[in-house]
Design a protein around this ligand. Sequence first.
Ligand code: M6R
Length: 607
Amino acid sequence: MCGIFGYIGPQQALPLLVEGLRRLEYRGYDSTGVAIHDENAIHVHKTVGKVSDLQRILPERVEGNMGIAHTRWATHGGVTQVNTHPHQAHDGSVHLVHNGIIENFRSLRKRLEQQGIECVSETDSEVLVQMMALELANGAEPLEAVQRTVQRLRGTWGLCIMFRDEDLLICARNGSPLIIGQGVDEMFVSSDPHPLTTHTQRVVYLEDGDLAVVRRSGITMHSAQGVSSTPNVTVLEEEWGESDLGDAPHYMYKEIYEQPDALRQCIAGRVDREMGSGRLGGMRLAHDTLVQAPHVRLLGCGTAYYAAEIGQMLIEKMARIPAVTHISSEFRNNDPVINPKALYLAVSQSGETADTISAVKEIKLKGGQIFGVVNVVGSTIARLCEKGVYIHSGPEQSVASTKAFTNMVAALTIFATQLGRTRHLSKDQGRELIEHLQQAPHLMERYFDDVGPITEAVDLLADASSVLYLGRGLSASVAKEGALKLMELAYIPCLAYPAGEMKHGPIALLEEGSPVVVIAPNDHLKAKTLSALHECKARGAKIILIHEAGDDIASEGDVCIPVPAIHPWLTPLLTVLPLQLMAYHTALRLGRDVDRPRNLAKSVTVE
Ligand code: M6R
């Protein structure tokens, strides 16, 4: 979604801003712009399209040591140049970029109109810059102007504001992440830690309600009410770095094939083979907490939700305590009952998904214990939860989540093992599982050595008007993940169902030639899944069967894709791989933008 980058210091701002925007591109956006402050004026350049389109319209040289930049993912107002950020005040005194949504912008805009100020764009963001300019015109200092403005807002914001007559930037945060990178005699501002890491490891994370005055020489922190505080400098724990495409044709392709190594990173040092247990240090789980937990509840959206569902089933299998998965966006609305002894897990790749953040806040407010299962180090969810497990997938830049899914599943498997060992899981069962988990990266590699007839599967999928995905147990969630991948990348309507439920409705969709993807690993549910497969076949459906090598069902599908055999509780780590490849290659066949599917964003930072 929207991205912010800002700079103040001795260097030329423009190249730094463009590079910052480029590193924010993976978040998904539809237009982009920069504003550069030279000694006398502020120069704004913006365009609909990509950062490369912006580069094409930039003048050869734009001097200036301070600037702000933005990638916009439209919420209020269409994708037009005038709606693109940075926005500027009617008198040119203030420029800003904004992430988030101002809920009361209509009434604020009306009030501006009554004062003779007409906004030129349709955005909620422009009202802010106009309000600040009015405050300045009435004699307020820049910080006061921002304080008075944000006091009147309802909604979410991450703001980076630049003033024509001042050598400083002001940042404000409420619900939309913003981080200041501290260099030597220079400062960087970003909505994402990722673009900061090439410049500095010393960062200040703004918390909700914070305002920061950013000068070359330092940062001062304030609240909207005027209380000042000392900035809390964090040293980024690890170099997030930029994921280079290298020889790979797309980020998604690269990330699919990175899964074996990513999985190794996730498992390393976190399993105790001898004790047959997990060792998730960052969760700081006391033995009593594990033993006394009455139930576990997991939260996530999209791919994270499906990974959480798999975690839920594994927790019930291993620990024999109830576990429930919730879609984050529904959680808070239903006024959930929170048990302080229960364990709550927030699952998220980005750690910035607004729906999951609000669920985390709800749990904390009601006294629950919440743990993050997050990829991006230092992200909002990771910091809000304070305790948790980083899944260590490395940067995932493609909008479609792949390596984060398998690592979420792995991290949750380790958690389930640790919980299980305090209860019903025997040492031998734990050891067997851990051994197989450690084998999983190698088995993934074995699958990638021979991915099977993906092209034949794509032949069936590419022309389909809809696709049905079926699985049972753990594979029902893998089916949902496979359907989501094909839908978001190829724009083909997909339906995923637990295989047994198929005859209660979706079977009506089937006609001669309808593709049905069946996930049937060699577990105790295989025979039942096969019954559903036969019911589909009998109605003329074309079956794409994902199964385990060496089983006895290799001839049941029209296209059969074997994956290496593994422990029945770990099959999602392998059965999802052909589904990712099928979605990727179908999207390519249809000429889709694989890494940047239409309308989607990498981090969904608005509710
Ligand atoms: O960053 P998160 O894991 O919290 O994101 C959740 C979803 O937005 C995300 O998984 C989305 O569904 C992906 N595009 C799926 O590929």
